[in-house]
Design a protein around this ligand. Structure first.
Ligand code: UDX
Length: 479
């Protein structure tokens, strides 16, 4: 099928490459000249495992081409997919880009074309969508075309798998009286194994939003549960493992820590709360999800401060990871940025390391005063404490005993509950995570100042190994 994808940001490029991989004839359109140039030179402008190879292979096979001309590229397509941004870069929605895109492209579409919006839309925009497209067609004296939405459920770092093996494909109808559009889009996805659900457009938009809001809610729930575990001295991993065996609950998106970041979850929670409040419908559960999530970033900084005896002044803090999660170079709403700024504000010096050197450089521009290191060990050298912010595999597999010896004080706060507490204790580190207690080796305890001991006590934590010897610790969670 001939497909044109408008907008080669994260969603558009993944969609273009994967559709080409499924044997469709795809033109990807990007109006930003430097982005287009780098794509045409074979460079994918962001990090996504497997994507650069997939793009290269499909360009070489002639199934994927790039263009800077939306109207000309869309004119020949059977399906035109819009994947332009709807985020205003400031935590809000914006629909100007999509409006402009429709105005420039819709008059040029074939009479048998189908228009598909893949960008995430604010729910209030959906009722206008068919009217905007219809009006543009009317103005040109042209026949109406089917208008559909097809939200993506793509996780960064796993985007190709999510596209090729989706849990489901959702097609929402904004305007398709004969069903011709839905039929064609079903064919587009016929090689992917997941069920294809067709529904009305607003239901599809809310299905996308609802999925992200629920995932965010699970994470904030896990974080609140972790707070209870810290209060009573329980181990959140054991608690969650036991809960997850209940098939009504399951185990995914239950990892406690510094909470969710990224371009979707934080923005969609905040905007839903704001949008619904403005329309007179409070959403107290989602407001709490947002509050808990931001609170985790603050608690992380306070935890480091407490373990240092109540003051961060002149302390050197190593931050491991700046991206909002591993396997991406994305810094959008990354907790690291707020955490670094708060640490600096309280008088610490902060040195960060991330395997994505581009993201690290951008982080240091975004947070004035943040310095960077070229390796984890360099960041840890002489540090008074380390904060694990992103669970990159290199942090999980490094020799923590050796790393601890390079620190001035071997204190590690794990913001992702990603390391095994007992092993960290045995490596000689004072180790604190969320809902799994704080463990302080005897040698470190002996070297602690009275202020540090008093501050630690204020955490109300059990300073002993969380899992009893011989007791299997935190099994893998069922999905
Ligand atoms: C999300 C949705 O998962 C995806 O379906 C949607 O299309 C886009 O938004 P993404 O933003 O790539 O994907 O990241 P995701 O894997 O959902 O993680 C979001 C954040 O939650 C990350 O910061 C991650 O570290 C955090 N997280 C995730 C937790 O804190 N705990 C968990 O248990 C899972």
């Amino acid at each position: 099928m001939r497909v044109t994808v408008l907008g080669l940001g994260y969603v558009g490029l993944v969609t273009s490459a994967c559709l080409a991989e499924l044997d469709h004839d795809v033109i990807g359109v990007e109006t930003n000249e430097s982005k287009l140039r780098s794509l045409s030179d074979g460079t994918v402008p962001f990090h996504e495992p497997g994507l650069a190879d997939m793009v290269a292979a499909n360009v070489q096979a002639g199934r994927l081409r790039f263009s800077g001309d939306p109207a000309a590229s869309a004119a020949s397509a059977q399906i035109v997919i819009v994947a332009v941004g709807t985020h205003d870069g400031n935590g809000g929605w914006q629909t100007k880009t999509i409006n402009d895109c429709l105005v420039s492209v819709v008059p040029h579409l074939r009479r048998d074309a189908v228009l598909v919006i893949r960008s995430t839309l604010p729910p209030e925009f959906l009722p206008q969508l068919a009217a905007i497209v219809g009006r543009i067609r009317d103005e040109g004296g042209q026949q109406h075309i089917p208008v559909l939405v097809n939200p993506e459920f793509t996780r960064e770092g796993q985007a190709i798998m999510d596209f090729m093996k989706p849990d489901r494909v959702v097609i929402g109808v904004a305007d398709d009286p004969t069903g011709r559009g839905v039929k064609l889009v079903r064919r587009l996805y016929q090689q992917t194994p997941g069920p294809i659900l067709a529904m009305n457009g607003l239901d599809a938009v809310l299905a996308k939003l609802g999925s992200n809001l629920f995932l965010a809610t699970r994470i904030s729930f896990a974080n609140e549960l972790a707070g209870l575990c810290d209060l009573y001295g329980a181990d959140v991993e054991q608690v969650v493992t036991a809960m997850a065996y209940d098939q009504r609950i399951g185990g995914s998106f239950f990892r406690a820590g510094i909470g969710f970041g990224g371009s979707c979850l934080p923005h969609q929670v905040t905007m839903t709360v704001r949008g619904a409040a403005a329309a007179g419908r409070p959403t107290p559960l989602l407001a709490a999800v947002d509050e808990i999530n931001h609170g985790q970033r603050v608690r992380f900084v306070e935890r480091i401060e407490t373990l240092l005896g109540g003051s961060l002044k002149d302390a050197r803090i190593a931050l491991l990871g700046v991206t909002f999660k591993p396997d991406t170079d994305d810094l959008r709403d990354a907790p690291s940025l707020e955490i670094a700024a708060r640490l600096l504000e309280r008088g610490a010096s902060v040195v960060a390391y991330d395997p994505m050197s581009g993201a690290l450089a951008r982080a240091s521009q975004l947070v004035p005063g943040l310095t960077t290191a070229s390796s984890a060990l360099e960041a840890l050298d002489g540090a008074d404490a380390a904060g694990l912010v992103t669970e990159w595999s290199e942090f999980l597999t490094m020799d923590w005993a050796a790393a601890g010896r390079r620190m001035r004080r071997p204190i590690l706060v794990d913001g992702r509950n990603a390391l095994p507490p007992r092993a960290m204790l045995e490596a000689g580190l004072a180790y604190s995570s969320f809902g799994r207690g704080t463990l302080v080796p005897d040698e470190v305890d002996a070297r602690s100042t009275p202020a540090e001991r008093i501050a630690r006590r204020s955490l109300g934590l059990f300073e002993q190994p969380v899992a009893s010897p011989g007791f299997a610790h935190a099994q893998a969670l069922p999905d």
